[in-house]
Write a protein that binds this ligand. Structure first.
Ligand code: SAH
Length: 332
C-alpha cells in the first residue's frame, strides 16, 4: 500500500526523471494536450513585449538586463516579444536571455530559436543585474498540498495506491497554522497550498529588495480571501481526465492562489499592484489597439483570425476572467 500527499503524487507524475510529464512529453499544441495564450495569438506575446519595454524604461533603461522566462514551452511568447520590440532603441541590445525549463523536448525547441542560458531551477539564475521575469502558465504546474477540515479536525488529503483519496491527520503545528489561515470554514472544506509557488515568490521578493526588476505571473487562478475546494485537474487531448488514469501522460495542474502570492510581496514590504484579470491587463497595455492595427493590414480571413484570437484572450467567458496577472516590482 502506498500513501502519497497530493504534492508527492504530482511531483512523481510530472517530474520523475524517467517519464515525468514535464520532463518527457510534448504537451502544447492543437494536436497535443492543451493550448496556451501565446499559442492562440501573436497579440499575447506582443503585449507582453510592450509590458517588458515599459518596465525596462521604468527601471532606468539599463544597458544590460536579464530577461528571464519560467517554463517557456515552445518559445512562442518570447519570439513574439522579441519580434514586437525589435525597433525599440537600445532594448534588444540590452537583453540577456535566461530560460528555466525542465522539459527536454521544449529545451530542444527553445535552443533552436534563441541564444540564451538554460537553467533547470530558478536558484541557478544569477541575479547580478536588473531583470524582468515572466511566467505564463508556469505556477499552475507546481505541486500543491491539499488539506481538509474534517469532523476530526484538519487532515491532509492524500492519495492511496494512486487510485483514491484518503484523509490523514496533520500534526498539531500544521493544524494550528491551518486554523489560523482558514478560519470558520464549513466541515469538509478543502484548501490548497502551493508551497513551491510560495517559496519561489518569497525568493523573488528577496531579490527585488536588492536588485531593480519586475516579476510578471500570469495563470489561471483565483484572487479570493478564502478559496475553498479542490482545483486539481488533469487534462489530456484538450479534455478533462481522471487524475488517476494515464498517470504521467496527462497534464496535472491546480489553480493558482494569487491572493496568497501577493500577500508574500506585501509581507516583504514590496508594493505589488492589485491582482488583475488577464482581460484588464491586456487592455491596459493596448491589445485592442494592436489588434486593430493588425486587422487593418490583413486579408479578410486573417482579420477574422485576429478577432477570434483577441476574443479568446480577453472575453470574460473565455480566458479574460479566469486568468489573472500579478506584477511585483522593485520600488523606487
Ligand atoms: N509558458 C508556455 C508554456 C506553459 S506550459 C506557454 O505559455 O505556452 C508549462 C511549461 O513549464 C512547460 O514548458 C513545462 O515543461 C515547464 N515546466 C513545468 N514545471 C517546471 C519546473 N518546475 N521548472 C521548469 N519548467 C517547468
Amino acid at each position: 500500500m502506498s500513501i502519497k500527499t497530493v504534492a508527492e503524487f504530482m511531483q512523481e507524475a510530472m517530474y520523475n526523471p524517467k517519464n515525468g510529464y514535464y520532463i518527457k512529453q510534448n504537451p502544447i499544441g492543437r494536436a497535443r494536450d492543451f493550448i496556451t495564450a501565446p499559442e492562440i495569438s501573436q497579440l499575447f506575446g506582443e503585449i507582453i513585449g510592450i509590458f517588458c519595454v515599459s518596465e525596462w524604461m521604468r527601471i532606468g533603461s539599463p544597458a544590460s538586463f536579464n530577461l528571464i522566462e519560467l517554463g517557456p514551452g515552445r518559445g512562442t511568447m518570447m519570439q513574439d516579444i522579441l519580434r514586437g520590440t525589435k525597433h525599440v532603441k537600445g532594448f534588444k541590445e540590452a537583453i540577456n536571455l535566461h530560460f528555466v525549463e525542465t522539459n527536454e523536448n521544449h529545451i530542444k525547441i527553445q535552443k533552436e530559436l534563441f541564444l540564451g542560458n538554460w537553467h533547470s531551477e530558478i536558484s541557478s539564475v544569477l541575479f547580478d543585474k536588473p531583470f524582468i521575469l515572466l511566467a505564463n502558465e508556469f505556477f499552475d504546474c507546481l505541486p500543491i498540498n491539499q488539506y481538509i477540515f474534517s469532523q476530526d479536525g484538519w487532515c491532509e488529503r492524500c492519495i492511496i495506491d494512486n487510485k483514491d483519496f484518503v484523509n490523514v491527520k496533520v500534526d498539531h503545528e500544521l493544524a494550528k497554522y491551518l486554523s489560523r489561515e482558514y478560519q470558520n470554514v464549513p466541515i469538509n472544506s478543502i484548501v490548497e497550498i502551493n508551497y513551491p509557488a510560495r517559496n519561489m515568490v518569497e525568493y523573488l521578493c528577496q531579490v527585488l529588495k536588492t536588485m531593480k526588476g519586475s516579476v510578471l505571473i500570469i495563470d489561471y487562478g483565483y484572487d479570493l480571501d478564502l478559496p475553498l475546494g479542490s482545483s486539481l485537474q488533469a487534462i489530456k487531448s484538450h479534455k478533462f481526465h481522471s487524475i488517476f488514469e494515464n498517470i504521467g501522460e496527462a497534464d496535472l495542474t491546480a489553480h493558482v492562489d494569487f491572493r496568497a502570492l501577493r500577500k508574500i510581496a506585501l509581507e516583504n514590504k514590496l508594493n505589488p499592484l492589485p491582482v488583475m484579470t488577464q482581460r484588464d491587463f491586456l487592455l491596459k497595455y493596448g491589445i485592442d489597439l494592436r489588434a486593430s492595427i493588425l486587422m487593418k493590414n490583413a486579408l479578410t480571413e486573417e482579420s477574422e483570425d485576429i478577432k477570434r484570437g483577441l476574443s479568446r484572450l480577453i472575453d470574460n467567458n473565455q480566458m479574460g476572467e479566469l486568468f489573472k496577472v500579478l506584477n511585483i516590482s522593485y520600488q523606487f
